[in-house]
Design a protein. Structure first.
Length: 169
C-alpha cells in the first residue's frame, strides 16, 4: 500500500514520500534492499517513532491530523518562522534516517534491558572509581537524528524512562 503523505491529512502515515526517501538513501550512499512494500513499512515505522517519542514545540495545526506535523509554532526556529501548513525538512530527513536504521533490522521501539552505565566503581590499589547504572527501561537514542530535530522539540521525550517527566508549556 502506498504511503499517504497528505500534509495534515487524517490518514497520513508518512512525512516524506517513498521517492524522496529512495533519493535521500542514494545521496547518502545507502543501498536499499527489498521492494517498495518493505520501504513503505520502514517509513511508516519511522514516522510513528517521531510522533510517539518526542514532545514537539507548538501545537498540532489541525485536530484531525493523523501525524504530529504540521504544527502551529509561535516561536522562531533558528531565527525563522515555521509555516503551519508544511513539514520542516529536518523532520522529513529524520524520518529517512530512522527508516534507514529500521531497514537495517533495528527495532525502533525496542526497550533496552541491559541498563546504561552512568557511573561505575573500580578499585586498583588506592585508586577507586564508581559506576552507577541507569534504569534498565530506557529507550534507544538515535544520535543521527537528535541534532537535526533538536530545534523542533521541547527537549523532553515521551516515555523517557524511569523518573522522567515531560513538561509542556
Amino acid at each position: 500500500m502506498a504511503l499517504d503523505t497528505t500534509i495534515g491529512g487524517a490518514a497520513a502515515d508518512s512525512y516524506g514520500t517513498l521517492a524522496a526517501f529512495e533519493a535521500y538513501a542514494s545521496t547518502m550512499g545507502w543501498t536499499l534492499t527489498g521492494g517498495a512494500a518493505d520501504h513503505n513499512a520502514v517509513m511508516r515505522r519511522a514516522a510513528l517513532y517521531l510522533d510517539r517519542n518526542y514532545i514537539w514545540i507548538g501545537g498540532k495545526a489541525t485536530q484531525a491530523a493523523a501525524r504530529q506535523w504540521p504544527r502551529n509554532i509561535s516561536e522562531l526556529v533558528d531565527g525563522f518562522a515555521v509555516p503551519g501548513n508544511s513539514i520542516p525538512m529536518p523532520i522529513i530527513y529524520a524520518q529517512f534516517e530512522l527508516a534507514w536504521i529500521a531497514h537495517g533490522g533495528t527495532d525502533l521501539f525496542a526497550t533496552v534491558t541491559t541498563g546504561a552505565i552512568s557511573k561505575a566503581k573500580v578499585k586498583v590499589d588506592v585508586i577507586e572509581e564508581s559506576f552507577e547504572y541507569k534504569s534498565p527501561k530506557e529507550h534507544p537514542l538515535f544520535t543521527s537524528i537528535e541534532g537535526m530535530i533538536a530545534p523542533y522539540h521541547t527537549g523532553n521525550r515521551l516515555g523517557g524512562g524511569f523518573g522522567s517527566i515531560g513538561l509542556v508549556r
